[in-house]
Design a protein around this ligand. Structure first.
Ligand code: GTP
Ligand code: MG
Length: 197
């Protein structure tokens, strides 16, 4: 049984699904484990669609259960990308993040073994500037020893300045329940589309 259902892919706002439920964006460098996380949360390989040629550069929308939706964002950090492509990518991401009325927060993924870099800092700053909350998710924790994990967590918490940090392994299914619980409690449970009191 899967909780995750592919809805559609889009670049422009007119092609996004109707904003009929709260949305959570999943962003991070290419290869950071975004699609793997969505597959692991959904208990299926549904997010593989984003690995099909062409789709990795679009916004991919997935309904999660009946109550909310994830947006699998195209990964940044393709060395081969030229100036125009980076500009288009930036416009797509910034338009989505700043214009999407039902967007509740952004889950920023990074490989636990990597260092906090300029791309992560820019995304964090951008979310801050538009008043969208983020949480940081350190992926592929199965690649580290227990001690290394604790050190990396401490180091990246400090470097990023992000308060809510989770350590996961989609492969070993570690840390997923805690992350899902955080998303639901913080961003979904009290969702109020019109912002009324
Ligand atoms: P793009 O779609 O290119 O932006 O990448 P992505 O962020 O969706 O990454 P994806 O989920 O495709 O994973 C990239 C690679 O990392 C794949 O080879 C995965 O098998 C591997 N990977 C993802 N999660 C884990 C994990 O928890 N542990 C380990 N060891 N490998 C993982
Ligand atoms: Mg992907």
């Amino acid at each position: 049984m899967t909780k995750m259902k592919y809805v559609r892919s889009a670049v422009f706002a007119e092609d996004y699904p109707a904003p009929d439920r709260p949305e959570v964006a999943v962003a991070g460098r290419s290869n950071s484990g975004k699609s793997s996380l969505l597959n692991a949360l959904g208990g299926s390989k549904v997010a593989r669609v984003s690995q099909e040629p062409g789709k990795t550069r679009l916004l991919n929308f997935f309904d999660f259960g009946a109550h909310y939706r994830f947006t699998d964002m195209p990964g940044y950090g393709f060395a081969a990308r030229g100036g125009d492509e980076i500009k288009e990518w930036t416009r797509m991401i910034e338009n989505y993040l700043s214009l999407r009325e039902n967007l509740q927060g952004l889950v920023l993924l990074m490989d636990i073994r990597r260092d906090w870099a300029q791309e992560e800092e820019m995304l964090k700053q951008f979310c801050h500037s538009i008043d969208k909350p983020i949480c940081l998710v350190l992926t592929k924790s199965d690649k580290c020893s227990k001690q290394e994990k604790a050190n990396r967590l401490k180091e990246l918490k400090k470097k990023s300045g992000v308060d809510d940090v989770y350590v996961i392994s989609s492969q070993e299914k570690q840390g997923l329940d805690e992350l899902e619980e955080f998303i639901f409690r913080r961003w979904i449970k009290d969702y109020n589309p019109k912002g009324d009191q």
